[in-house]
Every structure is written in structure tokens, then in C-alpha cells.
Design a protein around this ligand. Structure first.
Ligand code: ADP
Length: 143
């Protein structure tokens, strides 16, 4: 078991549907601790950085447009094995393929944009988490 911190983004679909608190309560119910939280609008620059692994995909412009529909809420969340456990709680990228009981299965879009409007981003490794926390939080904003 490892004490880790992960970076979560509540995406614009979560903000628009008023389900941020509902999803956050699932994380808190696991005993995970909030170490940082803020609302911010994602610039083209930060999105190009954050999504550099998909920047050459044909769907990237629609992801960028989606991620700029509203400001997002960034969360630094700490807990034992939190990185993998949050990914498990979310379910797969495609909300249509996500089982009931997972966050994407319960709250993600099931039609059209199911692969994109999937409620939350969460870091997928300790290396990514460290990089992403630095990307979204300034010194002194994570406690
Ligand atoms: P995850 O967010 O589950 O780690 P990826 O890193 O592969 O998934 O993709 C980043 C984000 O890009 C996804 O969460 C989703 O919003 C969007 N995305 C991924 N694949 C597609 C696709 N085929 N069509 C549209 N959007 C996609």
C-alpha cells in the first residue's frame, strides 16, 4: 500500500449537471482526503500540455472545445493507493462501456459523446500525478 496524491478534474459535463458534490462524496466515502481544490478555466496552452498524448488525434479539437465549455474544478486527493482506486471508481474512458456503480457508468453521457463527456479526469500513474498536480496547482495551493 502506498500513500499517494492524485489529480482529478471535474470536467464541464460534471459542472453543468450539478454532480460535482455527488461525485466528490464518493471519493470522501473511501476515506480519501482533499489536499487542494480550485475552479479554473483551461487555456489552449494548458490543454495542449495536459492532453499532449492525444494532441495529434482527430478528436482532439472537440476535446478542447468540450473542456472549455465551462471552467473545471481541479482536486488534489490523497489516500492509500488513491491513483488506481480512483481510476477503478471512475470506470473506463468510454462511459457507454462503464458498469453501473462506477462514476462514468452512473453519470457519463451514454450517447454521442460517451468517450469524451466522461465526468472526471484522473491521473493514471504516480509520475503523471506529480506532473499534473504541478500543472494545475501553484506552490502553497496543495496542503
Ligand atoms: P482517460 O481520460 O480515461 O485517461 P485518455 O487519456 O485516453 O483517457 O483520453 C483523454 C480524454 O480524451 C478522455 O477522457 C476523453 O475525454 C477524450 N477521448 C479519449 N478518446 C476519445 C475518443 N475516441 N473520442 C472522443 N474523445 C476521446
Amino acid at each position: 500500500m502506498a500513500l499517494e496524491t492524485t489529480l482529478i478534474l471535474f470536467k464541464p459535463d460534471a459542472v453543468a449537471k450539478n454532480i460535482v458534490g455527488t461525485v466528490l462524496s464518493r471519493f470522501e466515502a473511501q476515506g480519501f482526503k482533499i489536499r487542494g481544490m480550485k475552479m479554473l478555466f483551461l487555456s489552449d496552452e494548458i490543454l495542449a500540455d495536459h492532453y499532449s498524448h492525444i494532441a495529434d488525434k482527430p478528436f482532439f479539437p472537440s476535446v478542447r472545445e468540450f473542456m472549455q465549455e465551462t471552467p473545471v474544478i481541479a482536486l488534489a486527493l490523497e489516500g492509500d493507493d488513491v491513483i488506481g482506486r480512483v481510476r477503478d471508481l471512475l470506470g473506463p474512458t468510454d462511459s457507454k462501456a462503464a458498469a453501473a456503480g462506477t462514476i462514468r457508468g452512473d453519470f457519463g453521457d451514454k450517447e454521442g459523446d460517451a468517450k469524451m463527456r466522461n465526468v472526471c479526469h484522473a491521473s493514471d500513474s504516480p509520475e503523471a500525478a506529480a506532473e499534473e498536480i504541478k500543472r494545475f496547482f501553484k506552490d502553497g495551493e496543495v496542503f
